[in-house]
Design a protein around this ligand. Structure first.
Ligand code: HEM
Length: 421
């Protein structure tokens, strides 16, 4: 952890909880440990990485990379599938499963000897660290077109991401047949993983777009700040509560989705640029009223601490937390809005300068939910009119459906979709 930016600090209650878990369990299990992703008996002991972790369990009812807190780095990679038929698509998913199972556990890559090309790029040295690596694989609506005969199996709410009124989408940064969310404590682990997965899937996929994200350090304590300088990731559903995750994140059986989809989740990715030239000139009080929280310590306006719950029932006209502030529109805390909560798992991105010399940076927003219409689209619908939107420019992203988890050594990603078992 010493050399990776870390989202939370010792003063933050969730960080404390995570810190305790790390100490107690050797880190990898983190918050998702309470759920089915807990370290399983079949968990191979991984070589100690730079963070000294054993890794996050790959096998489970659900995929990893959703209920565990975002580590230092996360990249979103969208791919188009070039497999010529369904058998080749199945072979691609087998390969991805095998590689992800190996890479997330860490260990020593096979040595084919000096007369063959090395099996591994070598960028992480001879022994791969587990490094809290997770790779979360999801499918886009386009995979359910006529190519693979899957049209009847498309999750019902899975469409291409629509353009919202605030959007300035660039086609080259949107959609895809597959999305891979690759997260680890260190940037080189993420990069090594992507290189490995692209090499082993050669000929079967074509990369479409990539969004590289990172977490800032916690400064001085509590949730990490995003690039507007505000603490972000304070409020979220409780990932330690299986009941809450089953109600808000996971698709279950009998919920109107195809049977194969049970155990999956809808993933929404949005590359949201923050337009700094205007934002940096906004007076502090106004910035705080746009967000609804204090910039210094992240507390809701009118409250004392970052983790305090804003009390909207005693502020019906928005005198304290404006009605059109980001947090109040995103989550008005009414009974009706409870079911529209999403699990946010965002990173910052920084793509350097654009053609005009303006910083091209912002939020690699990602959220998970059981129903993209009831949840993300309801929240985004309320945010379409927020005054903060003047300082934001969504340029890309997509809707995807996270495949159910890989149960054990014999299972593979997409089995229930392709093999129907
Ligand atoms: C660049 C874009 C964005 C920025 C800078 C931003 C910033 C923030 C900040 C500073 C907070 C308060 C801290 C917290 O509660 O975690 C927050 C909360 C939140 N944001 Fe965003 N956000 C952005 C985009 C979005 C988008 C696209 C959505 C969903 C459509 C969203 C949904 C939420 C939700 C649900 C909360 C929690 C509100 C609560 O429960 O009180 N945000 N955001």
């Amino acid at each position: 952890m010493i050399d990776s930016p870390h989202p939370t600090g010792p003063g933050h209650p969730r960080a404390t909880r995570r810190g305790l878990l790390r100490t107690a369990l050797g880190a990898g299990a983190v918050l998702g440990a309470a759920g089915p992703l807990a370290l399983g008996p079949d968990r191979p002991a991984a070589a100690a990485g730079r963070t000294g972790t054993r890794g996050i369990a790959f096998h489970g009812v659900h995929q990893a990379g959703i209920t565990n807190p975002p580590p230092g780095y996360g990249t979103f990679l969208a791919l188009d599938v070039k497999a010529r038929d369904r058998a080749a698509l199945q072979s691609l998913l087998h390969t991805l499963t095998d590689r992800i199972r190996f890479l997330t556990a860490g260990g020593t890559p096979p040595d084919p000897g000096p007369d063959a090309a090395p099996t591994d790029s070598g960028t992480l040295g001879p022994v791969l660290p587990a490094d809290d690596l997770t790779v979360t694989v999801a499918v886009g609506a386009s995979l359910f077109d006529r190519r693979y005969g899957l049209a009847a199996l498309r999750p019902h709410r899975l469409t291409a991401m629509p353009a919202f009124p605030v959007d300035a989408l660039r086609p080259a940064e949107c959609h895809g047949d597959l999305s891979l969310q690759v997260c680890a404590e260190n940037r080189d682990t993420v990069q090594h993983t992507i290189r490995d997965l692209l090499r082993s899937s050669k000929g079967l996929i074509r990369p479409r777009w990539q969004l590289d994200g990172f977490q800032n350090r916690s400064r001085p304590t509590g949730a990490a700040r995003n690039l507007l300088g505000f603490k972000d990731g304070i409020e979220n559903p409780d990932t330690g509560s299986a009941r809450e995750m089953d109600a808000l994140v996971w698709v279950g059986e009998g919920g109107g989705e195809p049977r194969w989809a049970a155990g999956g989740s809808y993933q929404v990715i949005r590359a949201v640029r923050t337009l700094l030239a205007g934002w940096d000139e906004v007076p502090l009080r106004q910035q705080e009223r746009l967000i609804g929280r204090r910039k210094s310590d992240g507390a809701p306006l009118g409250a004392a601490n970052e983790t305090d719950t804003p009390d909207y029932s005693h502020d019906p006209d928005g005198a304290v937390v404006p009605l059109d502030s980001h947090i109040r529109l995103a989550n008005p805390r009414t009974d009706a809005a409870r079911d529209s909560r999403v699990l946010r798992r965002a990173f910052n991105f920084d793509r350097g300068l654009d053609q005009d010399g303006e910083p091209d940076l912002g939020l690699a927003f990602c959220c998970y939910q059981q129903d993209v219409r009831r949840q993300f689209e309801a929240v985004q619908g309320r945010l379409n009119t927020e005054p903060l939107a003047r300082h934001l420019r969504p340029t890309g992203g997509g809707y995807f459906y996270v495949l159910p988890g890989v149960r054990d050594q014999d299972d593979w990603l997409g089995r229930t979709l392709l093999a129907g078992t």
